[in-house]
Structure formats: C-alpha cells, structure tokens
Design a protein around this ligand. Structure first.
Ligand code: GCW
Length: 709
C-alpha cells in the first residue's frame, strides 16, 4: 500500500480494456436466466413486439437449450392491446370489438382477469404460474414483454408456499415514466470525455464524432432495459455541445437508427436539445420563447423529427444551468421555455423533460446568505400549475447534487399541479465512480418512500405517480465489456428498473433476483454478494463526507477526498469548517431558511439540532465539534470513529470476494478483485485525510488514540 500515491490528484486512471467483445453471458440475461425458460413457449398474440419476444426466446434457448423441459409458457395478449408511441402507462379500456382470433380466444378463457388487467393499463400483465403451466397476459404489447421477463427474472416463489400457485396476479408499474438518461457525447469532450460522468469506457452509441457503425451492443442494451421495465431513453448529454446540437437536424438519421432499435424493445427515444438551437442551427436572432419566429422554428424542427421518427419521445432540456442557455436571458421564466417546446411537440404526442437543476454556479463564496440548496425551490415552486400537460419537471432527488446523503428535494413536495419525475444517478459520480462497491437501491428506496408530512401523507413515489410522472436516472452503462466498469454496478441498473416499477420492493430482495439471474442459484455466491453489497452504501458513507455535509471530493473529476476542494469556489457547495465547528446553517431562525421549505413535521424536525437526524445534521446546522449527536457521540469523535471503522470494514471485502474464485467467471472475478484493491487505497486516503484535517482544525485528539498525521 503506497500512502503517498498521488492518483487522487489527477483524474482517476481507468486501466481497463473496454473494447473486448461481450461474451454469451449478457449481464442478467445470460445462461442463468435462460435456464428458467420453459421448454415450450406458445404465442397466442400477434402484437408489434411479438417478433422481439420470439427472437428473445430463440436467443435464450441457444444459451440453455433444455431450460425447464416440463414447463409450458403461454403468452397471450389482451384484446385491444396495441399501444404505441410514448408509453403512457395509464389504463386503456379494453377494446370489446377486437376480432382477431388469437385475442378472441384469450377473451373467453380469461374473462375474469381481463377486466382487472384492462384497468391496470397497457404496461401491466397478468401472471398465473403453476409448475407445469405458466400463463402471461399482456395488457398491451409492453405488458406482454414485461410479463415474459418476469417469468425469467422475478424471484421464484418459495417452494414451501403453495398459496399463490395457480392464482392470477396482476402486475402493473407504479410509475408511468421509467426513463434512463445518457450523458453521452458524440465527440470526446476535452474535459468531460466521451461520456460525462461515465465510468464504463466509451459510449455505447457514438465513436469518433458519429454514431457507431456497429450497433449490435445497443440492441443487447435495449434488451436489458426492457427486461427491467424501462420505457424511455434519452440518448445524449444534457450539456449539449456544438456537434451534439446537430442531432436535431443534420444528424437526425443517427437518432432514427437508435430509435428503431429501442422501439423494438418498447422504449421511446428522447433527445437532449440546446435551448439556443434556433440561433445555433437556424440562424434565428434570438431563442426567446415568446418570439413567434422562435416558436415557428421549433414547430418545424419537431415536425421534421416526427417525419423521421413517428413515435419519437420528445426533448430533454437543461436550461439556465451550469452555462447552458435558457429563457432567463430573455427575462422569461421556465414555464415559458418549457411550454414553448411542449407546444411544438404536442401535436405529435411528444413530451418535454425540463430539468429543475437550476442554480447560480458563479456565486461568491464570501456571501453566506445565498444557498444553492434553495435554488430549485425558489425558481420552480412558484410556477406550480403553469406547466403544460406534456411537460415533465425533472427534479434531482436532493437539493444539491446526487450526494451520498442529502435530504429529499423540497420541490417534490411543493408542486402538486405539475407532472414530476424524480431524478437519480445510477452512474456513481459521487458514490465511488464504479470503483467502489456501492449498491444504491437502499438510498433510492429511502427517497422514493419519503413522506412530506406524517405517516398518512403521500410518499414521493405517490406524488410523482399521481401526475403520470415517475423516475428518471442517469445510466451507468458504457462500452465496457461488463457494461458498467465495475461488474457489481450492474446491480444498480437492475435495481433502478425494479424500483421505478415498484418503489416498495426490498433492496435485498432485488439484489437476490439480480444475483440469481446473473450468477445462478448457488447459495455461497449469494451469501458473499449480500455481505459485500447489502450495506455498501452505508459503508461508503461511513468513510467519506460526514453527517450529510456533502462534497469534500476533488473538484473537476469528483473522485477521492479533498476536504477544502470546493470551499473557496463559486459552486455553492461549502462546509464552513473552522477551528470551532462545521456545517451549514440552513435554519429559519439564524440561517438560510431552507429548513422552512418543508411542511411539518419536517420543518421543525430539521430546524432543531436535537431532533434533526444525525445523518443530516451538518446539512442543516453549523455546530461545534463537541456537539453531541443523537447517537451520544460528539461530532468530532463520530468523524474519527466512522472513518476508521469504515476503512477496517473495507479491508474485509476483498478476502470475502476471493472466496468466490472459481465460482464466478474468472475475468469478472479478476476485475472485481482489482477494483477492491482500488477501493482499499481510496478508502484509506479518505480516512486519513478527513481524520487529519479535522484534528488539525479542531485540535481535539481522537479519544481512541488512533493516529492522525
Ligand atoms: O452532478 C453534476 C455533474 C455535471 C452534470 C450536472 C447535471 C451533466 O457534475 O457533470 O452535467 O450535474 O446534472 O446537469
């Protein structure tokens, strides 16, 4: 172990060869999932996605020829099951006039369940499972696809419980929107690389400034996404650079090619566009959303897109954020901007995803009254009710920026008359960059199930579901042979899909499904992986920035510790540590007032340091190092102990993983093993820099006597 290793100073080096072809095992859709395919699959359906399903059966059959020989899977389609274009997810009435023979048969046999299924919508499916016969009825063609994958991926019923066997179960997604955003650039950006915040090699879609010639892997990716219920994908970075702007016009054929791949898997394709497109591409003098020439330009652009891609999903927009152009330049507000685009798309059935990540990234660090955490609420909450129906406001889960720990964004509780999507980061920008193990499902679950009020108040998931909104997440996939750089980070992608479908699903249960589908049913593999992953988010938190204070990462690439890295910068992410204490005063009484943006009981709970949850204490309060946490420890001793204990626990991961040598594919084993070495090195750096920094700042010795430097 080299204590003076300098690699935290430069961008972290990625030593892996990301260009090797992917083998037969496709993440969780490989031989183990294939082994659960029934010996016979009968189609009683002829919807648009049936050829996709037939191809899927053939592919899986080739991986595990016998499957479950005795079982027969019947795939049926409910009458009136056609759904196309942007998936809506709301219930569509069954079409009683359907005359097609296959569906008419289905009607008679399953008359009881069909009404329930119709009420559940076209993405729902009905499943009836007995050892030798499994029936799936799709509420629509997407529902059929999801039902098929459920038979391969969902946890098999407990062998002892026969209660559910042979009974129909209806499964419907909780959220209409289940979307992945890609921050992929066509060109390698000089600072951000090919994929902004990407930790899995290059882009799956683009290479050398153009769409890849061979899109074979995009098709496999689309299969993976369909299998976890994803129904929307945005194919380029929300920071839209010059070349990427042209995807809307001269490179539209590239978008169309990607859309045709995703379409076959029930996924609608979206494009991130620059708000300044009329100026950059169209020679219009302004991008003012109220200017008729600008409106006409967007209407024409949208018309051209739909000519090429009739079921195009719509636009994603990052406006007035981190240097991206937006309506503020013209004295307009964000509903003006979003609705202008919404109206250009509306005649074609498209949607606008408008991001609420708007704040001043050029603030003066001397000014302690400006609070970046307030910004999205200050800008957007007053606009509740002003957005058109086909505009979805995309809100990061926390008020800062995808930190390991932050409170929920108050915007999500403040806009009942707006379609909302909560945004997560599957890509691990601030959570170990796919070099550390960090299974994020427990964190997402906490966010989705937060209630803005007492135990009778709706959850975040309820709030976004209500308006036909949902979940959007930044993908963690790239051209890497294991898709996600760290092979175990595949579990995060899998879990995101599962939670977007069912936010109440248990993270441990989801992990178990992923383990079985990926590695098979061997109990020793499952045991080790649960040990390494179940609590890995809490472990990561324990050795990085303490008690919700956030950041403390190296500026720019955001990997590894740098306590003061952002302290005197314009980015608005400060911890204010001095010799006496640390934390940000966001109280109403003496601070920025942010705590007051929550309804009760949260406003009071967060306002008072004696009731504020420990893990968020430094987010809401500036306290002395000797302040006693609810846990009984002082803040300083907590910082010392958890960093040291966290590192000790990290040291136990690698030997545990090594028990699986020979039990998982060897290349995958080697990759994880090497990354665990990096996790150890980096966790040590976090431990020593944080412990030492706070000893030097406070002068208070560590009561445990462990060394600082
Ligand atoms: O987390 C920050 C990232 C930026 C990103 C931005 C955003 C795409 O550091 O790289 O830009 O958020 O979400 O827009």
């Amino acid at each position: 172990m080299n204590h003076t290793d300098q690699s935290d100073l430069a961008a972290p080096v990625d030593r892996f060869d990301h260009d090797r072809p992917v083998g037969a095992d496709l993440a969780w859709l490989g031989a183990h999932a294939a082994a659960r395919l029934p010996g016979t699959v009968e189609f009683h359906a002829d919807g648009g996605l049936v050829p996709t399903l037939q191809a899927e059966v053939a592919r899986l059959r080739a991986l595990a020829p016998s499957g479950r020989p005795a079982a027969v899977l019947h795939l049926h389609e409910a009458a009136g099951a056609r759904d196309s274009g942007v998936p809506d997810g709301t219930a569509a009435p069954a079409d009683p006039g359907a005359s097609d023979e296959a569906t008419a048969g289905t009607q008679n046999e399953f008359v009881d369940v069909l009404a329930e299924l119709a009420a559940a919508g076209p993405e729902a499916f009905a499943l009836r499972s007995a050892p030798e016969r499994i029936d799936v009825i799709g509420g629509g063609e997407r529902g059929l696809l999801y039902g098929f994958y459920a038979t391969l991926l969902a946890a098999p019923p407990e062998p002892t419980s026969s209660a559910g066997a042979g009974q129909w179960e209806i499964h419907a997604p909780r959220h209409a929107i289940r979307m992945l955003d890609h921050w992929d650039n066509l060109e390698v950006h000089p600072v951000m690389g090919q994929v902004e915040r990407g930790y899995a090699g290059g882009s799956l879609f683009y290479e050398d400034g153009e769409l890849r010639a061979d899109l074979g892997r995009v098709e496999h990716y689309a299969r993976l996404l369909a299998s976890i219920g994803i129904n929307r994908v945005a194919i380029n970075n929300v920071n839209v650079h010059a070349r990427e702007t042209t995807l809307l016009t001269e490179r539209l054929d590239s978008v169309a090619r990607l859309a045709s791949i995703f379409r076959a898997h029930g996924i609608a394709t979206f494009l991130s566009v620059s708000f300044a497109s009329p100026m950059v591409l169209g020679g219009v003098e302004t991008a003012d959303p109220l200017d008729p020439a600008v409106q006409r330009w967007w209407e024409r652009a949208a018309g051209d897109v739909y000519e090429a891609i009739p079921d195009f999903g719509g636009f994603v927009v990052k406006a007035d954020s981190e240097g991206q152009p937006g309506p503020f330049a013209y004295g307009r507000h964000h509903a003006d901007g979003a609705n202008m685009l919404g109206r250009a798309l509306a005649p074609h059935g498209g949607e606008v995803f408008w991001r609420a990540f708007v704040y001043n990234h050029r603030q003066d660090w001397r000014d302690r009254s400006t609070d970046r955490a307030r910004a999205a609420h200050d800008h957007f909450a007053p606009l509740d009710g002003a957005f058109d129906d086909n505009v979805v406001l995309q809100v990061k889960h926390g008020p800062l920026d995808f930190q390991t720990r932050e409170p929920i964004s108050p915007v999500l509780g403040a806009m009942p008359c707006t379609r909302l999507a909560v945004e997560f980061q599957v890509t691990q920008e601030y959570t170990g960059q796919q070099k550390h193990i960090c299974y994020l499902a427990p964190w997402w679950r906490e966010n989705l199930n937060f209630r803005f009020g007492d135990s009778s108040a709706p959850t975040v998931s309820d709030l976004v579901a209500r308006g036909r909104g949902g979940v959007v997440a930044v993908s963690n996939v790239g051209a890497d042979e294991f898709w996600t750089g760290h092979p175990l980070a595949q579990a995060n992608l899998f879990a995101l899909g599962r939670q977007a479908w069912d936010p109440t699903a248990s993270p441990t249960g989801i992990l178990e499904e992923w383990i079985r589908a990926t590695f098979g049913p061997a109990p020793e593999v499952s045991e080790v992986l649960h040990d390494l992953m179940d609590a890995s988010w809490q472990l990561y938190e324990s050795y990085t920035a303490p008690l919700g204070v956030g950041f403390m990462v190296r500026p720019g690439h955001h990997y590894g510790p740098d306590v003061d890295g952002y302290e005197y910068t314009p980015w608005g992410t400060y911890h204010f540590a001095d010799r006496d204490g640390i934390g940000v005063d966001r109280t109403v009484a003496t601070g920025t007032g942010y705590a007051g943006l929550y309804p009760e009981p949260w406003a009071s709970t967060y306002e008072d340091p004696s009731t504020c949850p420990d893990e968020l204490l430094l987010f809401f309060h500036h306290v002395s190092y000797t302040h006693r946490l609810r846990s009984g420890k002082t803040v300083i001793q907590h910082i010392y102990d958890s960093r040291a204990d966290g590192y000790e626990r990290v040291l136990r991961l690698r030997p545990r993983w090594q028990e699986l040598a020979g039990k998982v594919p060897s290349e995958l084993h080697d990759r994880v093993d090497e990354l665990l070495g990096e996790q150890e090195r980096s966790a040590l750096e976090w431990r020593d820099q944080l412990r030492t920094y706070f000893f030097r700042a406070s002068g208070i010795p560590d009561a445990s006597g462990r060394p600082t430097y």
